[in-house]
Design a protein around this ligand. Structure first.
Ligand code: PNS
Length: 159
């Protein structure tokens, strides 16, 4: 069975993430969406909240499940018998960020990284920009599922 992981911090999950997860689900028998921690980013949602939103967002995909992880993504791959890490690439800056991680992960284990180009309609969408625009009162309803929009609004109203 071919198994891939889509790792990320998903703070929060966007339609861009879901496009990559959906296309990965058509390439592999099974996909695990791994919700991790990016130590260099400030988080808006807790790990449990991000997991919950992903569970709901990935509901329509039969062969996708969601899991949290805290250690190395390569250890997660070994533990879950995952052969490939799938990442979406938006622009050259993503490539510069992802390439050293892909090479480090390959040096740590024999896991392969597969890069998928993002769809043109979501190539400018990121969790960071969604949070920034939403915090400043902009309309981000086209970029996230409706329940994520509700969670964003609720979190911003609490501040
Ligand atoms: O959505 P992000 O912030 O780009 O996700 C980054 C993430 C969480 C996938 C990445 O930081 C990661 O894989 N962290 C796990 C720790 C790890 O394996 N670090 C070494 C990477 S070479």
């Amino acid at each position: 069975m071919s198994r891939a992981v889509c790792p990320g911090s998903f703070d929060p999950v966007t339609n861009g993430h879901l496009d990559i997860i959906g296309r990965t689900s058509r390439l592999f028998d099974e996909v695990v969406v791994a919700v991790g921690v990016n130590a260099s980013k400030n988080r808006m949602f807790t790990s449990d909240e991000r997991l919950e939103m992903l569970e709901e967002a990935c509901g329509p995909f039969d062969n996708v499940r969601v899991a949290g992880f805290t250690g190395l993504v390569t250890d997660f791959c070994t533990e879950h018998d995952v052969q490939a890490i799938v990442k979406g690439l938006r622009a050259a800056t993503d490539f510069d960020y992802e390439m050293p991680m892909a090479q480090m992960n390959a040096a740590l284990t024999d896991v392969q990284t597969v890069f998928l180009p993002t769809a043109t309609g979501t190539s400018f969408v990121s969790s960071s920009l969604v949070k920034e625009v939403a915090a400043l009162g902009g309309d981000v309803s086209a970029f996230v599922p409706s329940f994520v929009l509700d969670a964003l609004r609720a979190r911003l109203a609490d501040r």
